[in-house]
Design a protein around this ligand. Sequence first.
Ligand code: SF4
Ligand code: FES
Length: 383
Amino acid sequence: MDTSFHEPDSKLAPGVGTTHGLPVAVLLEVTHRCPLQCPYCSNPLNLERPAAELATEDWVRVLHELADLGVLQVHFSGGEPMARRDIVELVAAATDAGLYSNLITSGVNLSRERLAALAEAGLSHVQISFQGSESETADRVGGYRNGHAKKLEAARLTREAGFPLTVNAVMHRQNLHQLPEMIDMAVELGAQRIEVANVQYYGWALRNRAALMPTMEQIETCNRIVAEAEERLRGILMIDYVVPDYYAVRPKTCMGGWGRQFFNISPAGKVLPCHAAETITGLDFDSVRDHSLAWIWDHSPALNRYRGTDWMAEPCKSCEHREEDFGGCRCQAFALAGDAGATDPACSFSPLHDEIFRVAETEAAADDMSFAYRNYLTPVPGE
Ligand code: SF4
Ligand code: FES
């Protein structure tokens, strides 16, 4: 391993300039298998097959490499990380490497016994996703019968086992009317934090955009509800709020900038700057099967491709905000403009901005409720 990676001057890939530091937290997508079928999933449409997943010993090696790099936290995610039979072993390896570990789970197969084993293995935190505030909506969105009841039970067991809990509330046109009840539910469950995450349109969410896109009026109501709850629940529940960017004026600083402070490892071991990066064609992401993480973080051509600001074209190139938002989201630029090097159309300076705003309004008004559920059987367009 290249231990010089920890020296401040050695953090720079040749020719890249002052573009990146050390990632503090890393997302480990240990599998794409999942009992739920959420139509907004950020996983790619081509889900990774179980046979391609990294083996236990690969993940254990990766966890130790992450700690050596200076990473402090890992998020076990997926798909559903509990679908891996070795999840307790992986958490124990993270603990052994000195990493804080978070389990990002649907909760539907989280029993008292498994939670006890995870506690014994040193798991630090649990995050459970909810698709609504009541069974009818939540079970339809998740495509999983009785899922909501199981999640409520899992959240109670999580608190009983002594874990801090985050409720992940993914919001869209079909459940935004339940936001007040979802915030109340998080308080009742004893969660420390709720993520009010409006859907971001990549992967399966892009495929289901017409069924998910909120109206402008819903977003205005959502903003009000979140602001009021933040005030009322100060010291009781922390609220993280993600706004939908089709209605934004400025784009989000996606992932804090491409390859700047975050990465993601796919089930097959590819190191990605974000969960949706594999949707961009023409980029070849390096794998932990072939290189050390230290080498990949510094030298991977795909990570270096959109680092910093040198790659930018106008209007980003001469924009005063280019060091703040790094041109927005590369995956969204690719999905909507057909060019990952374009300005994110969520930005009002993009020539496509008005068009995507109109698309959002039109799709929301049409009110199509049908979902293409996320699973291995739903056909992938163009294949
Ligand atoms: Fe950001 Fe580019 Fe828009 Fe400027 S033009 S605000 S840098 S996305
Ligand atoms: Fe990939 Fe934004 S999700 S850069």
